[in-house]
Design a protein around this ligand. Structure first.
Ligand SMILES: [Mn+2]
Length: 472
């Protein structure tokens, strides 16, 4: 039978090289095989396969045959897309999905091609509810597609990476290049980015991977002028299709996943809307559970036995399938948050202003047990602001500090009335020796200090600026 070595994975032991081979004798198949022979990448060969080993490999010179096999690979990869246009039943979001559909399919065709030739795929997702919901939906779709595609006879080379920041740094890029260096393939590996910011900070990472990877970049943050990622062929952002950040990146990943396989992703979509406080969020009980679990798992991976640091969608799936375990974890998370909220409400400082109150909380003071990482300070700030709004029915601004970080959260009602980001930037420009950076959204932002020695003073100045704006 004729075949092509489409990808090679080398290990330190040369005896254990993995060959990913696409063969064709009427039907196309992709398999992972070992061989005592040294096989050539991209060569068309007459081969025989016995007991998972290539035992005969005679390169043949056949441009016509080769072209036929290449065509068959493209056709088979394209045929993997068995999904549909995602319709969630939310008019404003569905309209955006419809406009993006052709682009999502193009990007998915690239992913299907990498699956078909055995190329490595790195998928990085932001470690919040939104990013991890999206990764989970994509995982489900890929698993289903691989299971049901007759030509996929190997476990795909997918590396899931939970990503703790919203930019793609040089270090991230270098790690991705190194991880793919053990592979040698007919074409570039694939990098998929889910729910990162679109900040210029990512440019240095993009510079490194731009020519080495095919890249699919799915995001929903406002597009910054100098951001290089927007020039990538498969950069997809609802802002370019008449949508905005309320169309979450997890929701976008669900629409992307749906082009591959018609699996049920509604829970993930709803969980992502909930996690990112989208105005279209109307969660049901199941998506609330999923969001609560993802919130916990992405904050502290140690709650799953055997998982350290990097959480994969496979880990998430194993917890979700275990009803008893997931009930336990959700109860733990709820208790911990409600205990900390109670404590926070009694220790938060309040500064009165005309149009809203400003609250300041020392996060260190409400962490009951320092060993436990859940909840993370930024996410706790959002929960606390929600609680304060619920109790007071008046708008509020909260500054929560932890080490050299200050998380600022503001009621949505104040958007357009208080320029939170601008006030933080002002503090930054007035105190460049103490403030390292500020950034975020119109109602959720943060200050990073160089150290915590002047924290009290900087917070006081920030409160004064906000009060001044609220009093005017
Ligand atoms: Mn997001």
């Amino acid at each position: 039978m004729k075949g092509i070595v489409s990808c090679i994975r080398r290990h330190s032991d040369p005896e254990s090289t993995d060959y990913f081979i696409v063969t064709h004798d009427g039907t196309l198949r992709t398999r992972a095989l070992r061989s005592k022979l040294v096989l050539g990448l991209g060569e068309l060969a007459e081969m025989s396969i016995l007991e998972g080993l290539v035992d005969r490999f005679d390169p043949v010179d056949g441009p016509v045959e080769r072209e036929r096999l290449e065509k068959e690979i493209a056709r088979t990869a394209g045929g993997m897309l068995k999904g549909a246009l995602y319709k969630k039943g939310i008019g404003a979001l569905d309209a955006v999905t419809e406009r993006m559909h052709a682009k999502l399919e193009d990007a998915m065709r690239v992913l299907a091609r990498k699956l078909t030739i055995g190329a490595p795929i790195v998928i990085r997702f932001h470690n919040d509810i939104d990013g991890s919901s999206g990764a989970y939906a994509l995982y489900k779709a890929i698993a289903f597609a691989v299971e049901t595609s007759e030509h996929m006879e190997y476990k795909p080379n997918i590396m899931w990476r939970m990503h703790g920041s919203v930019s793609y740094s040089r270090e991230d890029a270098t790690a991705d290049v190194l991880n793919c260096n053990s592979f040698e393939c007919m074409e570039k590996p694939l990098l998929v980015i889910l729910d990162f910011g679109t900040s210029e900070e990512s440019n240095r990472g993009i510079e490194i991977v731009r020519d080495r990877f095919d890249i699919v970049w799915l995001d929903h943050h406002p597009i910054v002028e100098g951001f290089e990622g927007k020039r990538l062929e498969h950069y997809i952002n609802p802002w370019s299709f008449g949508g905005d950040s309320n169309y979450t990146a997890g929701f976008l990943s669900c629409a992307f996943a749906k082009t591959l396989a018609n699996v049920d992703v509604d829970e993930m979509a709803e969980s992502s809307l909930l996690g990112d406080y989208s105005e279209y969020s109307k969660p049901g009980a199941a998506s609330r559970r999923l969001a609560a679990l993802l919130d916990l798992l992405t904050s502290d991976t140690r709650v799953i036995a055997g998982v350290k640091g990097n959480l994969t969608p496979e880990d998430v799936d194993s917890v979700i399938r275990d009803r008893k375990k997931s009930d336990e974890l959700i109860a733990y998370a709820e208790n911990r948050v409600s205990e900390m909220l109670d404590l926070a409400l009694t220790s938060v400082k309040v500064y009165k202003a005309k149009r809203a109150q400003v609250y300041v909380l020392d996060f260190e003071g409400v962490r009951i047990n320092e060993q436990e990482r859940y909840p993370l300070p930024g996410r706790f700030a959002s929960k606390l602001l929600g609680k304060i709004e619920e109790l007071n029915s008046a708008p509020a601004i909260l500054l929560l500090h932890f080490g050299s970080f200050v998380s600022a959260r503001m009621s949505k009602r104040l958007i357009g009335k208080v320029e939170l980001l601008k006030r933080l930037e002002q503090v930054h420009s007035e105190f460049p020796n103490y403030v390292e950076s500020t950034g975020g959204h119109s109602n959720a932002a943060s200050i990073k200090l160089r150290d915590d020695s002047m924290k009290k003073q900087i917070i006081k100045i920030t409160v004064d600026k906000l009060k001044e704006e609220l009093d005017s």
